[in-house]
Design a protein around this ligand. Sequence first.
Ligand code: GLP
Length: 264
Amino acid sequence: MKVIVARDEAQACSFAAHFVVRRIQLKPDLVLGCATGRTMVRLYRDLVVRHRNGDCSFARVTTFNLDEYAGLPEDHPASYHSYMRAQFFDHVDLAPARTHLPDGNASDVVASAEAYEADIRAHGGIDLQLLGIGRNGHVAFNEPGSSLCSRTRVKRLTEDTIRANAPEFGGDDRVPRYVMTMGIGTIQEARFLLLLASGPSKAAAVAAMAEGPVSSRCPASILQMHQHAFVVVDREAAASLREEYDTVEQVLADPYEEYFWEGH
Ligand code: GLP
């Protein structure tokens, strides 16, 4: 795991967008794992700007999203289908047929979860998976206690996550209790992981992820076991880290920078 500290949220998102664009330049038919949440909004905005500036095309990119609420109509304003269209898909040259999200309305959830995994495999696996982190250390919707080798499946949300996501629904009682989410084992198979975190509410989770024991109590801690996991945090989210980490400026000035982009 490589932790990189940005001076603020804007620099963290800009660096993360630079990372994504660089990987697409290296592999134009990249399979991109997409994440949702408030943290990702600014990253997608940066990617849209870079696309409009001609820095990258998504025409050959394929996407797979991490998760979706169960039992929520796809066109509900708080669904992740709606989120992805509003924040990203509608603003770049990504063919709708190349975008994939878990089906939160499947009648047979086991078959649907297996089909999602098979679809990822059929596309050659995920090259770069974007990740946020929950304030309780979850990744995607793998709540604390999730198996560290879990696959795509239905999960029940914790009360803390329900409260954290309530603003999008206008109240705790309106948040769906169940979700369909990629598993931690699914995420770990991506070739590159890029986790983005900002703000003081993520400081404890970031410290547990990067410097705590690898444990299902903090599902994100499994990133310590991934060969090419990059964690980009702003100073507020980095506030409880004890070790010394590279800053964005240090990474960009590194004479061995080309190895960094290759994932060494
Ligand atoms: C949500 C999503 C995660 C996201 C996390 C953080 O519940 N399922 O994929 O990374 O929680 O969200 P936010 O960026 O809004 O803090």
